[in-house]
Design a protein around this ligand. Structure first.
Ligand SMILES: [Zn+2]
Length: 77
């Protein structure tokens, strides 16, 4: 079924282009202060997934890139 998904960011409502794990998407809540609707979550084993529109996916990529950089730096530390 090719059902159209909408972005999981509260108040967004644009068409989703990506689906990512909530574990990864969490930084949008932690860093950008966004609220996410999480699908298929069955804690603690399944964190669930969120859908992101192009805009929010770009934002997420940016945040996760920064996050990785910080982690790498602290590992070399
Ligand atoms: Zn969005």
């Amino acid at each position: 079924m090719a059902e159209k998904k909408t972005c999981s960011v509260e108040g967004c409502g644009r068409e989703a282009v990506r689906e990512i794990s909530y574990l990864d998407a969490k930084i949008l809540e932690e860093r950008a202060g966004l609220k996410l609707k999480v699908y298929h979550a069955h804690p603690p084993r399944r964190p669930g997934i969120v859908y992101l529109c192009e805009e929010h996916y770009k934002l997420w990529k940016k945040l996760s890139r920064e996050d990785r950089k910080i982690k790498e730096l602290s590992m070399k530390g």
